[in-house]
Design a protein around this ligand. Sequence first.
Ligand code: PLP
Length: 470
Amino acid sequence: MTNHPPQTMGQQFGRRSWAEPWKIKMVEPLTVISREERQKALVDAGYNTFLLRSEDVCIDLLTDSGTSAMSDRQWAGMMLGDEAYAGSRNFYHLENAIQTYYGYRHIVPTHQGRGAEHLLSRTSIKPGQWVAGNMYFTTTRLHQELAGATFVDVIIDEAHDPANLHPFKGNVDLAKLEALVRRVGAEKVAYVSLAGTVNMAGGQPVSMANVKALRELCDRYGIKIYLDATRMVENALFIQEREDGYAGRSIAEILREFCDYTDGGWISAKKDSLVNIGGWLAVNDWTLFEELRNQVVIFEGLHTYGGLAGRDMEAMAIGIVESVQDDHVRSRVGQVRYLGELLTDWGIPIVQPVGGHAIFLDARRFYAHLPQDRFPAQTLAAELYLDSGIRSMERGIVSAGRDAKTGDHYYPKLELTRLTIPRRVYTQAHMDVTAEAVKAVFDAREQARGLKMVYEPKYLRFFQARFEPL
Ligand SMILES: Cc1ncc(COP(=O)(O)O)c(C=O)c1O
């Protein structure tokens, strides 16, 4: 007998429960290794969760990238791969899905998101130019910098405050953008790199009103807008829920309207589009497309496969259609929110409001006694793994990297540890176990001493850096 009548998920939060719009047909066993084995695995991995072997991980919340479960339709589509070198029928299915749901005219497939970022940066940036964006993303900014640009963050200030409840913390601060344009001259701004949702801010959305106003501003100065639409489907849900006039509109309609305010976009299909590999870049301008089509053959593959097998393109085309179904998006974001509600109720500091793809633990407040150069977010990821075999990742000073000009660390205001939820993979019980593990680490927080970095790769150091305990 329990002391209280048991409550369902919905009852705990005073609402009716919801359920995922799918059932499970195939399962993959999970094992839990002992604490001693986890301690050894952590040392071998240099306290970097990216360097752990996945078989040593129990619940894997490292990333939502390429970790989704595909549907039976997608697997059936894999069997229809047309593996011709040129003109595969799967490419035309993909092209059609992108044109229908994202609305862009000319499509270049790429092996994943950074392949698209590489091509866009090479073709659209002249050395010495500036790129303005609503907060940086690691690979995106690096490609822009390698092409000779300086990145300028023009996101609203609220995005840098984990406790601020602004409903659209991904919005561009138009005054900051205009100040940049006035300072350097419009011809020096290569483009606006707009992301929806904003990963590094905690999966925070951009409003329709903001992209509309951004379009007007950019039109006045003749500046292009390219959209990182990697998680734009999730962004569309927040618009549907929070923005006046969109409650009755479908995710697909909102997605399309948003993209129509931009000149082109790219995605890592490993997120929203429910595939394990893939990406694309798409633009409306024919001249730019010609250049991209020419570059893709150098770096990715022919313009009708871009580094992908025909079967991958088919799975992506089907995944795009599945990804924009309202019930799918609601349950996907609903699961993230459920974990967030548990942690919030227990007083654990997380980025608010909860975003689309992950819970971001606020490591600054979690480990208030650790200065940023002791890598609190990295420490938290290591402690969580040690406690329970759950893998998360750092999104703070390590991910921010160094300023190429001064050689100093970037010191981002946000020092976060990300619990990223793969799509259609884990159950509510996994979320409960995760929440309890975070609580256990939180309760032991005062014992944490931090880490020192003992190996630092030149680029994207968070992937391969090594640490030792202090
Ligand atoms: C917002 C965003 N843009 C771009 C990328 C890069 O995509 P990929 O990992 O497929 O190269 C990612 C990957 O995490 C991302 O989250």
